[in-house]
Design a protein around this ligand. Structure first.
Ligand SMILES: Cc1cc2nc3c(=O)[nH]c(=O)nc-3n(C[C@H](O)[C@H](O)[C@H](O)COP(=O)(O)O)c2cc1C
Length: 153
C-alpha cells in the first residue's frame, strides 16, 4: 500500500471508531432444543470469524449457561452483539459489562474455551450467590473473577 493509501485508510478507521477497543462481557442460556447448537461447532465458528475480524476473548460453558468476554474494535463488537442476540443457539442474553480498554486481556486467543472439569465445578460455585450455579444471580465482579480464575487454571 502507498503511504497516501495507508493515511486514508487510517483516517476512515478513525472516523468509524475502529481505533477504540471495547471489552464486552455477557451471559446467556444454552438452547438445548436447537439441533445445530453443539458447543464445539459454536466455538469453531467463533474462532474462525474472530481471527478474521480482529476479535479476541474467552467463552465459558457451564451448567447450560454461557459466559463470554469479547474484545475488539468498537464497531466490530457492536456488529457481533447484533448477531449474538439473534442467534437461536442461546437466549436471554444479558450484557454484564461493556467498557473501553487500553489493552486487550485475551490478546493471545481468538476465543479461549473454558469448560470447568467435574472437580473444578465447585470453583464456579465459590463465586456464586446461592448453592446452585446461576450466573444471572451473580454480580459483575463475581462473573469476571470466575472467567479470570478459570482462564488461569
Ligand atoms: C454462545 C455463542 C458464542 C458465540 N461467539 C461468537 C464469536 O465470538 N464470534 C463470532 O463471530 N460468532 C460467535 N457466535 C456466532 C454468532 O452468533 C453468529 O452465528 C456468527 O457470528 C455468524 O457468522 P457469519 O456472519 O459468518 O455467518 C457465537 C454464538 C453463540 C451461541
Amino acid at each position: 500500500m502507498k503511504t497516501v493509501d495507508i493515511v486514508e485508510s487510517n483516517r476512515l478507521k478513525m472516523r468509524h471508531g475502529e481505533h477504540i477497543i471495547l471489552r464486552l462481557t455477557y451471559i446467556s442460556r444454552y438452547n438445548n432444543d436447537n439441533l445445530n447448537g453443539e458447543v464445539t461447532r459454536i466455538l469453531e465458528q467463533a474462532q474462525q470469524n474472530n481471527e478474521r475480524n480482529g476479535i479476541t476473548g474467552a467463552l465459558v460453558f457451564n451448567h447450560n449457561y454461557f459466559l463470554q468476554s469479547i474484545e475488539g474494535a468498537r464497531p466490530v463488537i457492536n456488529g457481533l452483539v447484533r448477531k449474538l442476540v439473534k442467534d437461536e443457539r442461546h437466549h436471554s442474553l444479558q450484557v454484564i459489562e461493556c467498557r473501553e480498554v487500553e489493552q486487550r486481556h485475551w490478546s493471545k486467543w481468538s476465543m479461549k474455551y473454558l469448560i470447568p472439569s467435574e472437580e473444578k465445578k465447585g470453583l464456579a460455585l465459590k463465586f456464586s450467590t446461592g448453592s446452585e450455579f446461576n450466573p444471572y444471580l451473580m454480580s459483575t465482579n463475581q462473573i469476571t473473577m470466575l472467567i479470570d480464575t478459570l482462564s488461569e487454571l
